[in-house]
Design a protein around this ligand. Structure first.
Ligand code: AMP
Length: 913
């Protein structure tokens, strides 16, 4: 109708008529028509249209469907890449269905092409079409044929294409129309990232996906706060922005636990010790944590944790003392048994250790037991509650302390409170078997049998018993011999007969076990040979006649009398040292501590392990650096001398170190050090028999030295060393050369005046007899427990007093016989002094008859000369006078003088009566 047409006219007038292509009116019903129209744009045009919500939007449209060979381009602005490697282009567009357009057959298209071009800069100018690379031809999923008037919703197509852009900083996109009717509604360009995420307590940053659709970007995560890496955290960012394949991760630090992808501190009362622990745990019993984030719970006061205890374990306490300690003495062994402590402190690792102390009678003084005591099953770390202690000394007081410990004893600093002790006295015990039996001087009818003292004499050996019989006879008939020495001449034997010998020792506690059988055969000749194994040789030689035998006997005689060789007679001192001393490899010596100071440097104790032998304790003397040739010679000379001796009462040389520095002399270790200091430390603590036992040892060593024609020249208690068994050994062979026999020598002052015989002081006549004099002084030192001979008199007064006949008085409680022996040693005439052999016999006799030692001189006579200037009144009989004066009894001077006591010598004859 007209009015309708009119409204059309006004509508179309508002449009750009140049582009209007066609209008199609369709009569629907009598009063309804549908009007279709279309515009034709020969280029892309920017056109405003209404979207589905009636909001105007801008679009680009082209619709040149009537003409062939269309090539219309629409290009975007330069798009910066921003790190993207693959971009996605989402195009929303509408496309007109060619069929719906009448008269466009052949020219109308239903696709357009998408292009891109990479570029580093925003050129803004014309870019050749040929520089664009085609991404794809885009077709519509939904083309529209008509628009329903009642339904204005456009059929919008959405197509997405992706393209790799890795070469330049940015790119352009372009849309090529080849003759379609399109409206580009929107173009969205985007790239994908895998978003920031936390996986396994590691943070992974927002990550741009890779360039290819199949590429994975490897990303390393970083541990969240308060966490540490368990294994390097890694994930892959997939092309579609998904995180893939998480590897590794982190663990919350000690004191923190995982809560919602973060690490949170443990609350008060909780702890986490290790990062690998799953979470915070409640504090174990007897412990607490007062602050958040605890890695360990502190023990309540009085409770402890051992280093090896896990933190999850309850805090514990040291044990209380062991209970009900019982001791059973069996000769020289003690069995100790006890019950476990009442309180174990919450632990199951209680162990016991045993302390062994030797205590002197009537004194509080206790010393640790020596290393020769045996503990079975052990002394420390005991899990059982029973120990057998053996190899103790006979008739000695011991205190045993059992300590109970557990893992927290050390941490708690607990000591004596956890121990229990018992004091026992061992019984007398028989000596251990003798060893090293040897036969020598073998003839047809006799031989000389000798042996070593038992390892554990357990007292003074009173005698040895030798039992022997012909091997063929077995023990059907045997003979017994008894002797006080360590050898016996066995006579009355049958020639060429094998004999079996057994030896045992006797002490006050009875006989010890017999030694293992020792077999030896007599030979067919009346002349003796020495040593084992010479029998067969001897048999052969006996055939060769008496002459040869005589020669051999003479040779044997020469061998037997072993004489000490002065190392200074060697031109090369090293030759002497290597002849007499064994070179020790320094690596087998383990030095432990300094025990004294010698003339040439420190003396240390330590251990020596020679291959094939058990480890022994040794003393190590070293020569301090910067020594002269002479000092080296003097130092080593002691070893050269010592190395020639082999006797139980002479300090044994283990060897020397001369091939590397410092030079060392290694000797056996004497636990109790030098005799003088030892006696002073234990004043009054030994029985007379024990003291005589010590003196006997020294005399035996000196007899050996004198038999070897060695003159010691410095015999004094300070040069005697004492081991843990109270065995005394002569040492210090250093001084002998210092005192050369030159009366003009300048070192007179080095003569130990108080110990030296008058003839040695006045004209250096050093002989075994002068050693005997010194021995008498040592006897006095021993019996007076280390008193200084002649007290604080000066040397000159000592020389003068001796010259006048004064001799040291008997020390307190000194048996008369012993003092008499001392006086014998101090005979002015050296020939009148006893020999060491006689001294030894005498002492043996005393030991066998302890009754003879009982008589002492009564009160102690203290002779103490406190004035070195002789007062006028005392001249000429100064000695008695000075003595009386010094003890405040000078009022008796005339009384004594009237009775004829004018010299100290005859004063000594004064009896108690
Ligand atoms: P000397 O140089 O021999 O007088 O030794 C100095 C000190 O070292 C001595 O007084 C002892 O105390 C100590 N001493 C020396 N040799 C030994 C040893 N074999 N065993 C223990 N102590 C020793």
């Amino acid at each position: 109708t007209h009015s309708v047409i009119h409204s059309f006219a006004s509508l179309f007038l508002s449009l750009d008529t140049a582009h209007l292509v066609c209008i199609q009116l369709s009569l629907v019903e009598r009063d309804q028509i549908i009007i279709h129209w279309m515009y034709v744009y020969s280029q892309w045009e920017e056109v405003s249209i209404m979207d589905e919500k009636n909001i105007p939007i801008r679009t680009y449209q082209v619709c040149n469907v009537l003409e062939p060979n269309q090539n219309n381009w629409l290009r975007t602005d330069w798009i910066p890449r921003s790190g993207a490697q693959r971009v996605y282009v989402e195009v929303k567009f509408t496309l007109r269905d060619c069929n719906s357009l009448p008269g466009v057959t052949g020219t109308c298209k239903e696709t357009f092409n998408l292009y891109y071009h990479e570029s580093n800069e925003d050129k803004d100018s014309y870019i050749k079409e040929s520089s664009f690379i085609k991404v794809d031809t885009v077709a519509a999923d939904e083309s529209f044929t008509q628009v329903d008037v009642g339904d204005r919703i456009m059929k919008l197509n959405t197509e997405v294409r992706d393209v790799k852009v890795t070469n330049r900083k940015g790119f352009y996109l372009a849309f090529q129309d080849v003759g379609a009717c399109i409206a580009l509604v929107s173009v969205r360009v985007f790239y994908k990232t895998c978003p920031l995420t936390v996986r396994n307590l590691a943070t992974f940053p927002d990550t741009v996906t890779g360039a290819d659709t199949s590429s994975l970007v490897e990303v390393r995560g970083s541990c969240v706060n308060q966490s540490e890496e368990k294994e390097e955290p890694k994930m892959y960012c997939g092309a579609d922005g998904e995180w893939l394949v998480p590897i590794g991760g982190c663990l919350c630090n000690p004191g923190y636990e995982e809560k919602g992808a973060a690490c949170k501190a443990c609350s008060v009362g909780f702890y986490k010790a290790k990062s690998t622990d799953t979470g915070c745990s409640k504090c174990p019993p007897h412990s607490h944590s007062l602050r958040e984030g605890a890695t360990v719970c502190d023990c309540h006061s009085g409770f402890f944790r051992a280093d090896s205890d896990p933190f999850s374990m309850a805090c514990t306490q040291p044990p209380s003392a062991p209970q009900q300690l019982i001791s059973v003495v069996n000769e020289t062994s003690v069995v100790l048994e006890w019950a476990p402590p009442r309180r174990l402190g919450g632990r199951s690792d209680t162990s016991y250790s045993l302390e062994c102390l030797i205590c002197q009678t009537g004194s509080q003084l206790c010393l640790p037991c020596g290393s020769d005591v045996l503990f079975a099953p052990g002394q420390t770390g005991l899990k059982t509650t029973r120990v057998v202690v053996s190899e103790l000394r006979a008739h000695t007081h011991y205190t045993f302390i059992i300590h109970a410990r557990n893992g927290v004893s050390q941490a708690s600093g607990a000591g004596a409170a956890q121990s229990v002790s018992v004091t026992v006295t061992t019984n007398q015990a028989a000596p251990s078997p003798v060893s090293a039996i040897q036969a020598s001087d073998v003839t047809r009818h006799s031989l000389l049998l000798s042996w070593q003292q038992p390892d554990r004499p357990n007292g003074v050996i009173l005698e040895y018993e030798v039992k022997f019989y012909e091997k063929d006879q077995r023990e059907r008939s045997y003979r017994i011999m008894r002797t006080f020495s360590r050898s016996v001449d066995v006579t009355g034997l049958n020639p060429l007969t094998v004999y079996v010998f057994h030896v045992r020792a006797r002490t006050a506690a009875g006989y010890g076990e017999f030694s293992a059988p020792f077999e030896f055969s007599t030979n067919s000749d009346p002349f003796p040979l020495i040593g084992e194994g010479v029998n067969s040789a001897f048999l052969l030689l006996s055939i060769s006649g008496v002459g040869i035998l005589l020669l051999i006997s003479a040779a044997v005689f020469i061998i037997r009398v072993k004489i000490y060789v002065d190392p200074f007679t060697y031109e090369d001192p090293d030759q002497a040292i290597h002849e007499f001393a064994k070179e020790i490899d320094v690596s087998s010596i383990h030095i432990e501590r300094v025990i004294g100071m010698g003339e040439f440097g420190e003396v240390c104790s330590g251990r020596l392990r020679v291959q094939g032998k058990r480890e022994i304790y040794v003393a190590i003397k070293s020569l301090k650096a910067g020594y002269s040739d002479k000092q080296r010679r003097d130092f080593l000379s002691e070893a050269s001398i010592m190395g020639q001796f082999d006797h139980p009462n002479i300090i044994r040389l283990e060897g020397v170190v001369t091939r590397c520095k410092p030079l060392m002399i290694i000797t056996e270790y004497m636990e109790n050090g030098s005799l003088d200091a030892f006696l002073r430390k234990h004043d009054g603590q030994f029985t007379v028999i024990q003291l005589v036992g010590m003196l006997r040892g020294i005399a035996s060593g000196m007899k050996y030295l004198s038999d070897m024609s060695y003159v010691h020249r410095d015999l004094a208690a300070r040069n005697i060393l004492v081991n843990s068994n109270l065995v005394c050994k002569v040492s210090d062979f250093g001084l002998s050369r210092v005192l050369e026999d030159d009366p003009e020598a300048a070192y007179t002052t080095r003569i130990p005046i108080r110990w030296t015989a008058p003839e040695a002081i006045s004209y250096r006549k050093f002989t075994t007899a002068s050693d005997v004099w010194s021995y008498g002084i040592v006897m006095w030192e021993v019996v007076s427990y280390g008193e200084r001979p002649y007290w604080d008199m000066n040397n000159q007064d000592v020389i003068k007093a001796i010259e006048e006949g004064y001799r040291l008085p008997a020390p307190m409680d000194c048996p008369v016989v012993l003092h008499q022996l001392m006086l014998d040693c101090w005979e002015r005439e050296r020939a009148e002094r006893p020999t060491f052999s006689q001294i030894l016999n005498m002492l043996d006799k005393l030991i066998r008859n302890p009754g003879t030692l009982r008589r002492t001189g009564g009160d102690r006579y203290t002779l103490k000369v406190c004035v070195s200037v002789v007062p006028e009144v005392c001249v000429p009989e100064w000695s008695v006078c000075v003595w009386l004066q010094s003890i405040g009894l000078e009022r008796y001077r005339d009384t004594l003088a009237a009775a004829g006591y004018t010299s100290l010598e005859n004063l000594l004859a004064l009896t108690h009566q």
